[in-house]
Design a protein around this ligand. Structure first.
Ligand SMILES: O=C(O)c1ccc(O)c(O)c1
Ligand SMILES: [Mg+2]
Length: 601
């Protein structure tokens, strides 16, 4: 199955777009007219460049406002078309996309539309070109795929077929029944297939299409279901991504093209067209690794939280801190002073580390060297889109390399028993990697993505989306701001699970820790929303504990101060509560901004 991508989906000059598409492994491209017009290269040079890069020019697009117009207007359209067909000859493109007219001159007359498209196809045929007619969801008289097909069928011209675009189709249908008509179209009359997803938004369809499309699997449409219908017609043309997206227009083309290819691979897997190694769902978090130029502030913080330094890496300045099942590595070896303290890696307990890495690689995740130093154990690891290293680990399992083998136990006082494990990890994503990150964690790691939620920050709006295993043994909360963010506030954090957040918080304070102070107004509001036992609310207010409830249970949580770009959260999750305290996040963010203003860090 050939894969293709429209140049409009990627940022940069035409040359940059073509290079990115080729490097990511696409077979072909749709060339958007604007990209050609703005290019200093001649059509012949573009053709040669594509050939050098191993890309075919699968589509030239779009031609607009062609059909169902008065005769003199149509004569002008044919003149324009002849010009473009000559250009396409020079470019080496044999299919042109004609989108349904939005012109005020167009009349509601299917017979006229069919007659004129047939005439256009006749002219195209003289140039060895095929015309693919696409219904824009906002077309003036033709806005649905079955209407466009009806006109193509009526025209009955061999050089005229239809182009199906999943956005235009799925933004208009009200249920799966509406898609069944696709299978009534003979596969050979579907001249092209464009695939795009989009978040489910209630807005004008043109704006939705031009700004919010995203790669399949990143939005709310059932693109795989639609693809299934199309493939059952016998369609064997390219699967092409046509994504108008404000973020992709700005982000670097190279990573966007890789994200695009991964999206298509996952989509092809969903319809059984490719079979990468199956997902190996992690079963827990073995460790979180912090990299820091100065271990002292972290050691102080971890000790106050009740952790004990239990082991040291045999060959590198890396300490293992443990409490309950929670493991935190503190690495002073690879820190870049300018980056400060940050969460650099996550160890995921994996039932089959090597197989997990094979899937990641098949889905284009950058694979990291298996051995970081000659004496280290072999560990499989890949990089997530934000650069976080993901290790697929085994702990104490016969026949598998054990990450613990690289560590030597050290004398240590007993850890406290307040923290039982890692509840979740919260990773701030670079602004242009959010959708990619969710798809990556879902497809590569086999996690499930929850709905994304908006969180108000005093200086911006954050989007947050959790990816988890079904049993909650691994929970990662991804978040992103719309603008460049304050790294010390929009930091990454490690949420530690406790059965008793009040005791854990008190212990932490007694040991010299500092908890994030929460305004009294917050507790007044809590008192209005919920009934608490005598004294309960007062305790929360005293300690800075936040509270939330959902249909399943309750959530009590508080935050430590921040070291570099990292802070900790103590979390008591009861009764199967599913969330992350999102309603409290604006209060937490404001409080962190306030602390930062006071302390400058
Ligand atoms: O937004 C548009 O105009 C436009 C143009 C060409 C397409 O293939 C499309 O799906 C939309
Ligand atoms: Mg389209």
């Amino acid at each position: 199955m050939r894969t293709s991508i429209a140049t409009v989906s990627l940022s940069g000059s035409l040359t940059e777009k073509l290079t990115a598409a080729s490097r990511a492994g696409f077979d072909g491209v749709e060339i958007f007219e604007n990209d050609l017009l703005a290019s200093p290269l001649t059509p012949e040079e573009i053709r040669a460049r594509c050939a050098d890069l191993g890309l075919t020019v699968d589509l030239y697009q779009p031609m607009r406002d062609i059909e169902a117009v008065p005769p003199d207007e149509f004569t002008r359209n044919l003149r324009r078309a002849r010009h473009k067909f000559e250009l396409m000859g020079r470019l080496g493109a044999d299919t042109v996309l004609v989108c349904s007219s939005v012109s005020p001159l167009a009349v509601d007359d299917d017979a006229l539309a069919a007659e004129q498209l047939s005439e256009l196809a006749g002219l195209a045929q003289d140039f060895g070109i095929r015309v693919a007619y696409e219904a824009l969801a906002w077309g003036r008289h033709v806005s649905t795929y079955d209407h466009a097909w009806h006109i193509v069928e009526t025209a009955g011209h061999p050089a005229l077929g239809t182009c199906l675009d999943s956005f235009h189709i799925l933004s208009r249908v009200s249920g799966p029944k509406d898609l069944e008509g696709i299978e009534a179209i003979p596969g050979e009359k579907i001249f092209f297939l464009q695939l795009a997803d989009a978040p489910l938004l209630a807005m004008d369809v043109l704006q939705w299409s031009r700004h919010y499309r995203c790669f399949p699997g990143q939005g709310g449409f059932d693109v795989a279901g639609l693809l299934g219908h199309v493939l059952r017609t016998g369609y064997d043309g390219p699967l092409s991504l046509e994504i108008f997206n404000d973020v992709f227009r700005q982000a670097e083309a190279g990573p966007t093209a890789v994200d695009a290819r991964r999206s298509l691979l996952v989509l092809q897997e969903a319809v059984g067209a490719v079979a990468p190694p199956a997902p190996v769902v992690p079963t827990g978090v073995a460790f979180a690794e912090l990299v820091t130029p100065d271990a002292d502030p972290l050691s102080t913080l971890l000790r106050a939280l009740g952790f004990a330094r239990t082991a040291r890496h045999r060959s590198k300045p890396v300490d293992l801190w443990q409490q309950g099942a929670a493991g935190v590595l503190v690495n002073t070896g690879t820190a870049v002073r300018r980056d400060g303290t940050r969460l650099a890696a996550i160890g995921l307990e994996s039932p089959d580390p090597a197989a997990a890495a094979r899937r990641a690689e098949a889905l284009l995740a950058p694979v990291l060297p298996r051995r970081r130093a000659p004496e280290d154990a072999l560990l499989d690891a890949v990089a997530a889109p934000d650069g976080t290293e993901l290790f697929f680990c085994a702990t104490n399992r016969p026949r598998l390399p054990d990450w613990r083998a690289d560590f030597e136990d050290v004398e240590h006082p007993a850890a406290a028993s307040d923290v039982s494990g890692i509840d979740h990890l919260a990773l701030t994503q670079p602004w242009h990697h959010f959708d990619e990150a969710a798809l990556f964690h879902r497809s590569v790691l086999g996690l499930k993505a929850q709905e994304s939620v908006d969180v108000a920050d005093p200086y911006g709006l954050l989007r947050s989306r959790a990816v988890t295993t079904p049993d909650g043994s691994v929970r990662i909360a991804l978040s992103v701001g719309a603008a460049p963010t304050d790294d010390t506030v929009h930091a990454q954090h490690i949420a530690l699970a406790t059965d008793d957040v009040v005791t854990a918080a008190r212990r932490f304070l007694t040991a010299g820790g500092r908890l994030l102070p929460i305004p009294v107004n917050y507790y007044d509001d809590l008192a209005a929303r919920y009934e608490f036992a005598d004294g309960e609310l007062e305790t929360y207010r005293e300690l800075g504990i936040l509270y939330d409830r959902d249909a399943h249970g309750t959530f009590r949580h508080c935050y430590t101060h921040t070291v570099g770009r990292v802070f900790f959260e103590l979390v008591q999750r009861d009764g199967g509560y599913r969330g992350y305290g999102a309603p409290n996040a604006p209060v937490r963010l404001a409080a962190q901004h306030a602390v930062r203003r006071l302390t400058g860090g």
